[in-house]
Design a protein around this ligand. Structure first.
Ligand code: SAM
Ligand code: SF4
Ligand code: SF4
Length: 370
């Protein structure tokens, strides 16, 4: 049973006020944080709502009918998201991931995708536009998303056994409907699909081999995510984390695998492939093998707060700036100055926090996006 607390949505949408330097400089891609990391990826949470209640993310006891979700006027509009993303692109951002909550619950999301698909990077290329979804309404949405210009899709699925999956999503949602969503994405022409499986030791780790077998040779890359201590409500403790190395060992014992090179610096997943040539798998080991040193990722919450780390407990209020008469250049300068002061490296220091979990209250993942 999870303790009933009201998880923070920091300062109820107020956040810290970003500072705009007195002397403005031209937007540029060379800003680095205090640890030498540039800004290259942006995750945008388009809704804080979800139709699932995954026990590790939005446990029912807390995300119940009384939960204070954001009201529509608090959400960044598509125009505001597009403007902000355009500014981020002038600062070197090349990759955008739309997330949530469940992003496909945001009405007409394909309209936003189409707006974002027109933005160009500093090098004049389209942004790499991706989306993470629980797949529940993908059958309805896949073709429209593809036509709007979405490049890639990641679908979350924590097992193939219905009882186990239903226990994890906690809303009785069947596996077949997610698999059908994946099929719909393939039919719509999405290639390089990824499936994310959060592994919770003792809850769904018996699904590892079945999942590997199912997606092996299908062209879909399965990625195993270590259960993380995000937010303040999922009752995390280290005993429920199955280290990626152990997942890899279990798979290797049945289907031999070998590591391969990262696609680009800062790639979150470690890539492996089946020795028999039947495809790739990945491991996201945020607990046991931290990757903070190359983390180039910023996050925008549903209500326009800029978060510098998944585990941050405060955000910078860019919604108010966007709704003021500040120019794009002023906002770009505010982002550069916020990023240059960034020192976040939570996963590297997780162990030095209290016994197994973060002592301070962190923002919920459904609000800033995974
Ligand atoms: N609703 C969408 C979905 O589930 O794909 C997008 C948002 S969800 C917050 C993004 C990703 O975060 C999902 O792959 C989910 O499994 C993962 N996630 C959520 N809580 C997690 C936790 N405590 N540890 C590890 N991964 C988590
Ligand atoms: Fe919803 Fe995704 Fe969180 Fe599950 S992981 S509760 S699907 S936002
Ligand atoms: Fe990046 Fe924070 Fe995760 Fe480290 S803990 S990889 S800084 S988001």
């Amino acid at each position: 049973m999870v303790e009933k607390v009201i998880p923070i949505r920091l300062d109820e949408g107020k956040g810290l006020t970003p500072s705009i330097p007195g002397q403005l400089i031209a937007a540029n891609t060379s800003t680095k944080d205090t640890r030498g990391r540039p800004l290259r990826d942006l995750r945008i949470s388009v809704t804080d709502r979800c139709n699932f209640r995954c026990t590790y993310c939005m446990p029912k006891e807390i995300f119940d009918k009384d939960y204070p979700y954001l009201s529509h006027s608090d959400l960044l509009s598509f125009e505001e998201i597009t403007r902000l993303t355009t500014i981020f692109a002038t600062l070197g951002v090349e990759k955008i991931r739309l997330t949530g909550g469940e992003p496909l619950l945001r009405k007409n999301l394909e309209v936003l995708v189409e707006m974002l698909s027109k933005i160009r990077t500093v090098a004049g290329k389209p942004l790499d536009l991706t989306l993470t979804t629980n797949g529940s309404i993908l059958r309805k949405k896949a073709a429209a998303l593809k036509a709007a210009g979405l490049h890639r899709l990641t679908i979350s699925l924590d097992g193939l056994n219905d009882d186990i999956f239903k226990k994890m999503n906690d809303v009785d949602f069947p596996v077949t409907d997610v698999l059908d969503g994946i099929a719909a994405a393939q039919e719509a022409g999405f290639t390089n699909l990824k499936v994310n499986m959060v592994v919770k030791k003792g809850t769904n780790d018996q699904e590892i081999i079945g999942m590997a077998k199912h997606f092996k040779g299908s062209g879909v890359t399965l990625r195993f995510i270590e259960f993380m201590d995000v937010g303040s409500s999922n009752g995390w403790d280290m005993s429920q984390v199955l280290p990626s190395q152990e997942v890899a060992n279990r798979i290797n014992a049945i289907f031999p695998i070998e590591p391969i090179e990262a696609n680009y610096p800062g790639e979150v997943a470690q890539r492996w492939r089946y020795v028999d040539g039947s495809g790739e798998i990945g491991f996201i080991s945020s607990v046991t093998q931290t990757f903070c040193h190359e983390c180039t990722r910023a996050r925008i919450s549903t209500d326009g707060q800029l978060y510098l780390c998944l585990f941050a407990n405060e955000g910078f209020d860019f919604k108010t700036l966007l709704r003021s008469d500040r120019s794009d250049l002023e906002i770009a300068n505010a982002i550069m100055s916020t990023w240059s002061a960034r020192n976040d490296h939570y996963s590297e220091i997780r162990g030095s926090n209290t016994a197994g979990s973060n002592s301070s209250r962190k923002v919920e993942m459904s609000y800033i996006g995974g």
